[in-house]
Design a binder for this molecule. Structure first.
Ligand SMILES: Cc1cc2nc3c(=O)[nH]c(=O)nc-3n(C[C@H](O)[C@H](O)[C@H](O)COP(=O)(O)O)c2cc1C
Length: 163
């Protein structure tokens, strides 16, 4: 059975909640980045989660934890990213953290999986949108929390299909 490891950063619990739902659906472990070591990135599929804070920045724990990613070799590994944001309050930087994590994972040699069509979302600008797709699963619990469970379930299904 494929080993799936979720590593996430969450300040108020929104991304943590998503991480736990994904872990349950995928039979994965979920580790806060603040408590992770290099072994957390040793899996067939690594799923990185971060909410977006400041103005388009990584969640605080990731700001420190990104050094862990800098030290691991993700060559040959598949990585997917997810996280919560606020597409109305931060319409210029919605879920930017996904873009930052995705770029870092690719820089470390990973193959990015789990992109999501941006057409499923509103008009917010985001560093995480490339060629009409979010680089991973963007969630907006502030404005459309009702869509979160369905988005998570659909994404988990997609990831399962490629494993
Ligand atoms: C001070 C502040 C700055 C924020 N900056 C952004 C932002 O730039 N982009 C975004 O999409 N969301 C932004 N948000 C919204 C959070 O990402 C959102 O509330 C998220 O669900 C928090 O997730 P967490 O509980 O997992 O940390 C910000 C929220 C606050 C309070």
């Amino acid at each position: 059975m494929a080993k799936i490891s979720i590593v996430y950063g969450s300040t108020t619990g929104a991304t943590e909640g998503a991480a736990q739902q994904l872990a349950a659906l995928l039979g994965a472990t979920a580790t806060p980045i603040a408590a992770a070591d290099a072994s957390a990135f040793d899996a067939d599929l690594v799923i990185l989660g971060s909410s977006t804070w400041g103005y388009g920045e990584l969640q605080d724990d990731w700001a420190a934890g990104i050094a862990l990613l800098d030290a691991v070799d993700l060559a040959g590994k598949r990585v997917a990213v997810f996280g919560t944001g606020d597409s109305c309050g931060f319409a210029d930087t919605f879920a930017n953290a996904l873009g930052i994590l995705a770029d870092k994972a690719v820089e470390r040699g990973a193959t990015l999986v789990g992109q999501v069509p941006a057409a499923d979302y509103g008009a917010a600008e985001s560093l995480a949108v490339r060629d009409g797709k979010f680089v991973g699963l963007a969630l907006d619990d502030t404005n459309e929390a009702e869509k979160t469970p369905g988005r998570i379930a659909a994404w988990a299904k997609e990831l399962q299909a490629i494993l």
